[in-house]
Design a binder for this molecule. Sequence first.
Ligand SMILES: Nc1ncnc2c1ncn2[C@@H]1O[C@H](COP(=O)(O)OP(=O)(O)O)[C@@H](O)[C@H]1O
Ligand SMILES: [Mg+2]
Length: 257
Amino acid sequence: MSEDIVISVRGLRSAFGPHVVHENLDLDVRRGEILGIVGGSGTGKTVLLNSILGLKKPDGGEILLDGQRLSELSSSERRKVDSRWGVLFQNGALFTSLSVMENVMAPLREHVDMSVPLMEEIASMKIGLSGLDASAGSRFPSELSGGMRKRAALARALALDPDILFLDEPTAGLDPIGAAAFDSLILELSRALGLTVVMITHDLDSLYEICDRVAVLADKKVEAVAPIRELLNHPHPWIHEYFQGPRGRAALAGKGS
Ligand SMILES: Nc1ncnc2c1ncn2[C@@H]1O[C@H](COP(=O)(O)OP(=O)(O)O)[C@@H](O)[C@H]1O
Ligand SMILES: [Mg+2]
């Protein structure tokens, strides 16, 4: 296996009873890239993420991290792997009864043995990295705007210094300015921290602005994966409509090309 591949999905089959979501799905994630994942609603983007994370057991195929089959990990190896990635789930649920600081400390409490002051120091740093004011730490999720909640969830995802970050529709529900600001933050952090980022999104602007490559889910598999400009004239009907339909063309026009 080539050394710059961090995650490899091979022949993945995912099903819920008779309902097959993925069949023979292959995908490679390159180290250090920002990979966008797009696809119609219900095509299995979130299920793919959950399969990689070990939250849904594959019904066939293999997922490898640095060449190691995840299905063969012992539970202690599994815990180590779980601390290598940070996740911002779709609808990025923070614990509503905990302050932002407590939310960001939660993964530290679970995975590492350290004093409370040290955890607070690390959490404050992640809150700052995520572009929130230090004072946000003492606030509760209900007191934050949508954009600030995403940032708090991002701070929590970064708590354990992951080298891989998964984002499931992170800019959904943000206004275009908030979404663009969040995109720039992801780009900056990925470069500064050397993160590999896998981002499920519907946001064409995000795809143009920050994604190195885009994987398209269609017909139960990854139908195409390439830099976005190489996908613009792809013959698959959904891909064609996505990039050449009115929204796709408007996003491209916004890039001045
Ligand atoms: N826990 C579940 N039980 C049964 N079906 C599910 C479950 N989770 C997802 N599905 C089905 O799998 C398909 C893909 O879902 P999902 O990955 O959430 O789509 P999306 O691409 O919109 O993220 C959908 O048809 C959905 O109904
Ligand atoms: Mg989803």
